[in-house]
Each structure stands twice: as structure tokens, then as C-alpha cells.
Design a protein around this ligand. Sequence first.
Ligand SMILES: [Zn+2]
Length: 198
Amino acid sequence: MIAQGIALVLTVVLGAADPRPPAVPPMTPLPAAPAPYVSGTAGCVIPDPSGTGGCVTAPTAWLMGQVRLRFGDLKAQCWDEHAWNPTSDHPLGRACDYVIGKTGAFAEGDDVARGWLLARWFRVNAIALRVHYVIWQGRIWSWEHHEQSWRPYLGAGVYDVSTPDGGHYDHVHVSTVDSRPEDLFPAAADQARENRKP
Ligand SMILES: [Zn+2]
């Protein structure tokens, strides 16, 4: 609370961009559910299908395959060194960035809607795809704050959320977990099964 207050004061004093993400649009029909991930070798052991030369984990590779089946060939970058962010899931092969529109530009119109379709599909199928959290258009959904739905994304102390990249206005970020979400976040997973809200 105090940190939030300080951030607010700094925002006003320094004139930094107000991280006020656009409203989440109303629900639209989503593509069919993916086939659920079952099992695979542990660790970052699969050559990254997005062609970075790095590796991804088995759940990430499975998620990518399911995205291709439902959404076609979207431009993605998964493994990355991400040296500027020590807590990033990218160097662990547990995350992908799906480019929406043009890299470095704020997505507009149909691209925003397309991004939401992908982001919400990840959320509603988070158990099947072992999704941990999703970021798009200055909003984040995570198991840890499941009850808050798509809350404002504040940059985790690393990203300038006023930029297309930092605020995730040009790409959908998705992180996966190695264990089953229903084991890691049982209460939230119970709730998610009940309302299946994207
Ligand atoms: Zn990312």
C-alpha cells in the first residue's frame, strides 16, 4: 500500500505515464479447447520451436503446438537470455511472447481483439496448458491473483509499462509451470473450473 502510494506520488511528480490500461473488452467466442498436456521430460530440454537457438520445457513446447493448431502460425519468441530481468521465465524456456501487430508499436483495432482472443484462450485453458500467467495490453492474469481477473500490469519493477514492449501492447506474454496448476494453486484452480471465465 505504501509502495503504491509512493509510486502514485512519483507518477504525478515526475509526470510519468499513468499505467492505466484499456478496459478488457467483452467476451467473444474463443477457439476450441486445446488437448491437455500430459507429461514430458523435465527441464529446458526441447529445442525452441520459435527458432531462437535456445530451449523450452515440455509444457511450453506443448502449448506452442496447441496454439499453432487453433490460431495458425503466429510469430513468437520463446527462449531468450533476458539478462535485464533475473526473474524472467524466458531463459528457463517457460515463456513465450506472441507478437501481435508490429513489434515496437501499440496494437490497434483488430490486432487488439486478436491478442485478447489468444490471452483469454490461455486463461480459460490454463489448467490444460499449464499456464502460470498471461500479460496483454497492460493487464495481467495470474493464478496468484485469480480473483482479481485481468488486473493492471505494473511492470514488476523491471518494465516501463508506458511503452509498447514494457506494457505488453505489442505481444502477448504467456508463462508456463512445470507442475499441475491444480497442485500448485488448488483453491484458484477449483474456482477456475467452476466459472471457466476467460
Ligand atoms: Zn515475455
